[in-house]
Design a protein around this ligand. Structure first.
Ligand SMILES: [Mn+2]
Length: 467
């Protein structure tokens, strides 16, 4: 591969500096004395000729397809003459044009060449630099808050999920040096085995929230949540909030970084590392990669450029084996017993399958069964239901083709409790006491019969089956 530079000005010498040190053959064709005098490197072949008329054949510059011809010129008529000359001689390499002139018209007139206008480069570059600078300022602001506090506590709202766990862990690893101690705690429970596997495999210390954990002078942080999520009646005041949910009223705080367009909080934390040049450990990369994957369903929803960038960065740094161990840990062995009940108790009518599983400890079992059923050929609706001591849970899965599981779930059950979701997945949670009006007694057969009747109002195929 050879680089042929045509034209004049500082871009020529800049490009020489970039390429000549990498062992490339570099040839400069210019008639500009100043440009020539600026070229110090003896390895460069210098040809004094007018780029607008020079003959490549006579100079034995017959080009190969992988050659690069770079044209740098700031005067439009000279530039056009040079491009006409190149066009006439049918150079087979790639022609790239660097110029401060507006490039839109030029690109239309010479579609076979690539144009790189200074405006575009500066715009892209400045935007990127501003982004970096803003991130650095943000990390510095958090650093300042931590330095003023003897200890720090990150509070995870609800049941800890991979995005929240990863973000809390990454932030602590990034800034742990700024404060004497740092605790990560959570309000809810670990309900999913893969989340427990995540903290165990990656050795992320987390503890159950208790008010005593937070000393009077502690810096209090939350990630992947906002103060409005917490219903502790003003018990908690947050100093630092980092999140990607839709922005709500944040109340008093010292620092907030809320980016609703981002697919995950893990993507924000990835930028904190990238833009400050901090070294990211394999454990942090693995955690953030999981958080990003889970929140964006492997980059298939709610994704922006920042998420794709974060994904690219994290993928090669994450530990594949740890990832596999965590991702394969999805169900407790006891799930199998519920599967056998669900299969024995299934009702199939046309493309609809329904199964009531009865009393369970964890309603997630309905999700596993429904996700298995929806894969059966000929099935386009899978509905599973179960009950705990407090509520009846109905899980919907559909193929989403001319169907909207969320709307159906809402129409059918919203008068009894929260119900809704997306095209392909939905859920309803019905507190048992709110079913008192429709169930004489909340027994399993009565619940199953009522659910079937209710579902048949929208999924008519189910009208044919008996409880
Ligand atoms: Mn999230």
């Amino acid at each position: 591969m050879k680089i042929v530079l045509l034209g004049r000005g500082h871009r020529i010498t800049d490009i020489i500096d970039t390429f000549s040190t990498r062992g490339r053959q570099v040839v400069v064709v210019t008639s500009d004395g100043h440009t020539l005098s600026e070229i110090q490197d003896r390895r460069i072949t210098r040809i004094v000729a007018d780029p607008a008329t020079v003959s490549f054949d006579s100079l034995r510059l017959t080009s190969n397809p992988d050659d690069i011809v770079v044209v740098a010129e700031h005067q439009e008529s000279f530039l056009r003459q040079t491009l006409e000359n190149l066009r006439r001689q049918k150079m087979s390499g790639t022609v790239v044009v660097y110029t401060p002139l507006p490039t839109r018209r030029l690109a239309a007139d010479y579609p076979e060449f690539f144009f790189r206008g200074d405006r575009r480069s500066y715009y892209t570059e400045l935007r990127e630099l501003v982004r970096r600078s803003l991130t650095r300022q943000k990390v510095q602001a958090i650093r300042t808050i931590l330095r003023e506090s003897p200890d720090a506590v990150t509070v995870i709202w609800g049941n800890p999920d991979p995005d929240a766990i990863a973000s809390a862990f990454a932030l602590k690893e990034l800034l742990a040096g700024e404060t004497a101690s740092w605790t990560i705690c959570y309000l809810g429970e670990y309900t999913r085995p893969e989340n427990l596997a995540m903290v165990r495999t990656l050795k992320i210390p987390t503890v159950k929230y208790a008010p005593e954990l937070i000393s009077r002078k502690a810096a209090v942080l939350t990630v992947d949540a906002q103060p409005s999520f917490f219903q502790l009646d003003g018990q908690l005041r947050f100093d630092v909030i980092i999140d990607h949910h839709p922005l709500a009223e944040l109340g008093p705080h010292r620092f907030a970084d809320v980016r609703p367009t981002y697919g995950s909080t893990s993507s924000i934390l990835t930028e904190y590392y990238l833009h400050t040049g901090a070294i990211m450990s394999r454990r942090v990369a693995t955690a953030l990669f999981l958080g990003l994957k889970v929140d964006t369903a492997n980059l298939t929803r709610n994704v922006t450029d920042a998420d794709v960038n974060a994904f690219r960065h994290l993928r090669t740094r994450a530990d594949e084996n740890m990832l596999r161990v965590i991702e394969l840990t999805q169900m407790p062995l006891s799930t199998l017993d519920h599967f056998s009940v669900a299969i024995a108790n299934k009702k199939v009518a046309r493309d609809v399958i329904f199964s009531y599983v009865g009393l369970v400890d964890n309603p997630d079992v309905c999700v596993h069964v429904a996700e298995f059923f929806i894969k059966l050929s000929g099935i386009s609706w899978a509905i599973t239901a179960c009950r705990t001591r407090e509520k009846v849970v109905v899980v919907f899965r559909s193929d989403g083709f001319r169907k909207h599981a969320g709307r159906e779930a809402e129409r059918l059950f919203v008068e009894y409790g929260p119900a809704g979701g997306h095209r392909t997945m939905a859920r309803a949670e019905l507190p048992v006491e709110r079913l008192a009006g429709v169930l004489a007694e909340p027994t399993d057969p009565a619940i199953e019969r009522w659910l079937l009747g209710r579902l048949a109002q929208r999924l008519r195929a189910l009208g044919q089956v008996k409880a």
